[in-house]
Design a protein around this ligand. Structure first.
Ligand SMILES: C[S@@+](CC[C@H](N)C(=O)[O-])C[C@H]1O[C@@H](n2cnc3c(N)ncnc32)[C@H](O)[C@@H]1O
Length: 282
């Protein structure tokens, strides 16, 4: 396991994933009943954009920094900007130093009665998470395999909530198959949960079997959002990425249709595209 998210924090894939995550959490929190957030691959939770790792790749300059100058952002993007401002003590986008991982985003948005379960296999990353949330009683950190934890810990007692599956994809095709197994088991235990899965797009053919898998599961509502920042014709580049959303909140497709053209306009490296499509809909 070599992957360290600190090298990639704030890149275009994070912008895409985290704005969608915010939209999902906000939509679920429209209802007053408590909810649970489950992060199977949590990372360190918080990243220093001036730190050694992020500086070495500079990926955030092709990601979050490209959003400088967005005017009239849709709600999820507005919330993303507000959250970046607040964790950077008001420092505006180009000067910001701290980039939030999915656990910190969730912690900022969740209410007093909500709960989060964070799984992270890497001991150093899990230790950082523990330190970050040491004083937050809503949040449990587990240094364990996120897929196994899903099987063991669902359904949550709240019976409402969101699962984020965001693996490193060090083993391309095997990771897709691991997600299918974990998600199939999770949905069998908790059919009404909302699940979202991030995946990379290098060449289109690699994602087709994954999409076909959903069509064969009998899941009733499955939405996919994809953002390509350049043509998907090279197996060596991260040309784009996608998110699957199982049981999305009502009219979430419309939110995505407002968000993705703006992300594409600002994050494209030339060409590319975006799309929102139902893989299953009852
Ligand atoms: C893409 S990063 C997560 C980023 C994070 N979700 C975010 O948005 O800020 C993937 C993380 O999964 C961890 N990881 C790898 N395999 C894992 C597993 N089987 N279970 C839990 N965590 C794992 C890696 O150490 C890495 O920190």
């Amino acid at each position: 396991m070599n992957y360290r998210h600190a090298f990639h924090a704030g890149n275009f894939a994070d912008v895409f994933k985290h704005t969608i995550l915010i939209g999902l959490l906000d939509a679920l929190m429209q209802k007053p009943a408590p909810m649970c957030y489950f992060d199977t691959h949590a990372g360190a939770g918080r990243y220093d954009l001036r730190g050694d790792e992020a500086s070495r790749t500079g990926e955030y300059s092709e990601g979050v920094l490209r959003l400088v100058g967005v005017t009239d952002p849709p709600p999820a993007l507005r919330r993303y900007f507000d959250l970046l401002d607040s964790i950077n003590d008001g420092a505006a986008l180009p000067e910001m130093r701290v980039y939030p991982g999915s656990p910190l985003i969730a912690a900022c948005l969740l209410r007093a009665g909500d709960r989060a379960t964070l799984c992270e296999l890497q001991p150093e990353e899990a230790a950082l998470l523990r330190t970050l949330f040491a004083r937050d009683a809503r949040i449990g950190v587990h240094q364990r395999d996120g897929y196994a934890a899903l099987a063991a810990m669902l359904p949550p007692k709240e019976r409402r909530g969101l699962v984020l599956i965001d693996p490193p994809f060090e083993t391309q095709n095997a990771e897709f198959r691991a997600i299918e197994t974990a998600l199939g088991n999770a949905c069998a235990r908790w059919a009404t949960g909302c699940y979202t899965v991030w995946y990379p797009i290098k060449q289109r053919e690699q994602t087709r079997p994954f999409h076909r898998w959903f069509a064969g599961t009998g899941m009733k509502k499955v939405l996919v959002a994809e953002l390509l920042r350049q043509p998907d014709d090279s197996p060596l580049r991260l040309n784009g990425c996608g998110m699957i959303i199982v049981n999305p909140p009502w009219q979430f497709d419309l939110q995505l249709e407002a968000l993705l053209p703006i992300l594409h306009r600002h994050l494209s490296l030339g060409g590319g595209s975006w799309r929102v499509q139902w893989l299953a809909r009852d």
